[in-house]
Design a binder for this molecule. Structure first.
Ligand code: SF4
Ligand code: SF4
Length: 133
C-alpha cells in the first residue's frame, strides 16, 4: 500500500528540523520522516489534499487546509517542475531525487513556497536527501 503525500510535503520533509505548528504536529511529522528516510523505497502517492502530515495540524479543519489555495499552488508547482501529476506513485527516493534535480539544484525552492511562514527558517537549512542505502 502506498503512502499518501502532498507533493509540497516532500519538500518540507527535506527541511524538517523538529519545528512545527504544535507538539502533536511535530511528533507526527518526526515519525513520518523517520519512517520514510529509513525506508526510502516506500511508495508514495502524490495527493493534492490533506495527508497524514496534515491530520494533527491546527490548520486541518474537516480534512481541508485552512490555507488550501496557497498550499495547493505549492503542490501544483512542484508537480509541474518535477514532471509529475496528482495521484502518481513513485518511491520516496525517486520523488526526492526529482525534487533535488528539478527544484533544489536550479535554485527554484523559493519560487514554490517563498510566502510560506517557515520560509526564513528553511532558507537557512541544508536540505536532507534520502539515501539509496
Ligand atoms: S518554506 Fe514552508 S512549504 Fe517550503 S519547504 Fe519550508 S516548510 Fe515547506
Ligand atoms: S498548513 Fe495545511 S497543508 Fe500544511 S500541514 Fe497544515 S493542514 Fe497540511
Amino acid at each position: 500500500m502506498s503512502f499518501p503525500l502532498r507533493p509540497h510535503h516532500g519538500l518540507c520533509l527535506m527541511y524538517f528540523t523538529g519545528k512545527g505548528y504544535s507538539e502533536s504536529f511535530t511528533a507526527n511529522l518526526s515519525s513520518i520522516a523517520q519512517t520514510l528516510y529509513e525506508n526510502p523505497k516506500t511508495e508514495v502517492q502524490l495527493v493534492c489534499h490533506c495527508d497524514q502530515v496534515c491530520l494533527p495540524c491546527p490548520s486541518c479543519q474537516n480534512k481541508v487546509c485552512t490555507e488550501e489555495k496557497k498550499v495547493l499552488s505549492y503542490d501544483q508547482h512542484i508537480l509541474r517542475l518535477c514532471g509529475l501529476t496528482a495521484e502518481d506513485r513513485l518511491s520516496f527516493l525517486d520523488f526526492q531525487e526529482r525534487i533535488q534535480r528539478f527544484i533544489l539544484t536550479p535554485g527554484l525552492r523559493e519560487s514554490v513556497c517563498r510566502d510560506c511562514c517557515w520560509n526564513s527558517l528553511c532558507s537557512g537549512i541544508s536540505p536532507k536527501l534520502a539515501q539509496k542505502g
